[in-house]
Design a protein. Structure first.
Length: 145
């Protein structure tokens, strides 16, 4: 019978998160299943989707899945249903996110900062000017009543 346990390498010793019942002299396999799962469900290509990790054969970023799940409170099942994704691919996206959280969060923050800088430094489009004028007129009409 195969048992799977999670362990953390502290630089010297591989420490299990739960007590293990190991037999002296017996060999135990240690592997990184994340890489296999990642290659099966997650794609990264520098010329596609800005090199961001995404669910394979889609343009759905791992960061977007993580945001929907962690910040917006959507369930894995809801995300899979809403975007026509397999449950396995959404779970794989979350596993990939947790394994690469620091890098993904850093890239997301950099992208958001760039968008905000572009917003501040770009003049409004004609549509934006008209929209703002229209909203301003409506709000002034409401205030005059």
């Amino acid at each position: 019978m195969n048992k799977i346990a999670t362990a953390v390498f502290d630089g010297e010793v591989l420490r299990s998160e739960v007590p293990l019942e190991l037999e002296p002299g017996k060999s135990y396999a240690i592997g990184d299943e994340t890489e296999r799962v990642s290659k099966e469900h997650i794609a990264i290509h520098p010329d596609y989707c800005f090199g961001k990790p995404r669910i394979i054969n889609t343009r759905m970023y791992v960061a977007a899945i993580a945001e929907m799940y962690l910040e917006m409170g959507e369930s894995i099942e809801e995300i899979a249903d809403d975007y026509d994704l397999s449950l396995a691919s959404v779970h794989a996206a979350m596993a990939y996110y947790y394994d690469h959280r620091e890098e993904i969060d850093r890239r997301t923050a950099e992208s958001e900062a760039l968008v905000e800088e572009m917003r501040r430094n770009s003049p409004p489009s004609r549509f934006q000017e008209k929209w703002r004028a229209m909203l301003g007129e409506k709000s002034s009409n409401i205030n005059n009543r």
